[in-house]
Design a protein around this ligand. Structure first.
Ligand code: NI
Ligand code: MN
Length: 226
């Protein structure tokens, strides 16, 4: 399974020959100017919530690739009149796609669409198949709801957690989340993009090392085999 960081909370994951993009926000991200949105491959786009820093590039990617979106009911409905087809989900539910099973799980955050309309409740995704299982938290506070995940999904191989603080949990809570999730390999995201979420990576790396956990910081555009 190949994971490519596209900056902010955007990731591309290649699994079972399919390309899955999470929360595309690339063209509006000054730090991600090395990524050409028009070159991205996608079969599915998974959207944790409706905020612009998670959905901004959906339409262009769908236009280029014909990808299908997967998100909560309200986000999928909002995109439908724009010619974007989608698979609606809601919290606690799972569905088997051709690349694996997707479970939509709780997040503590807000969700409105770029035009201010209602975006339903935000979530995160647990994705698994017979090779790997991983969790993409989306924008969220630390919540004990995360304790449910290892009880209801296969063992997580890695998790992708926001660590930028201010709009989401910070790295201190990500350490606790990692305990709740029973998963010691964390890919960091949702940091540095805006002034409010600039972090000191060395502090974060030190804290994870002291806790005996692994934190992975990917360069924007960098891929890793997980
Ligand atoms: Ni958000
Ligand atoms: Mn966000």
């Amino acid at each position: 399974m190949k994971v490519t960081y596209l900056g902010h909370a955007s990731l591309s994951v290649e699994m079972k020959g399919k390309n899955i993009i999470f929360d595309p926000f690339i063209s509006g991200n000054e730090l991600a100017q090395n990524i050409d949105v028009n070159s991205l491959k996608a079969d599915y786009i998974l959207l944790t919530h409706g905020h612009a820093d998670h959905v901004a590039d959906v339409e262009v990617i769908v236009k280029n690739t014909g990808a299908k979106i997967v998100s909560n009911f309200e986000v999928v409905n909002w995109f439908a009149p724009k010619g974007v087809t989608g698979h609606p989900m809601n919290h606690g539910g799972k569905w088997k796609f051709d690349f694996g099973t997707v479970k939509f799980v709780n997040a503590i955050h807000s969700s409105s669409m770029p035009d201010g309309s209602y975006g339903g409740n935000p979530g995160g995704f647990v994705v698994w198949n017979n090779e790997k299982c991983f969790y993409v938290a989306g924008d969220t506070a630390l919540t004990e709801d995360m304790k449910i995940i290892p009880k209801t999904t296969p063992k997580l191989d890695f998790c992708v957690l926001p660590i930028g603080d201010n709009f989401t949990m910070g790295y201190e809570e990500a350490l606790i989340a990692s305990d709740y999730l029973k998963c010691d390999t964390v890919i960091a995201y949702h940091y540095d993009t805006f002034g409010y979420i600039v972090i000191d990576k060395d502090t974060v790396k030190k804290a994870f090392k002291e806790a005996g956990k692994k934190i992975i910081f990917l360069e924007i555009g960098e891929s890793i085999d997980m």
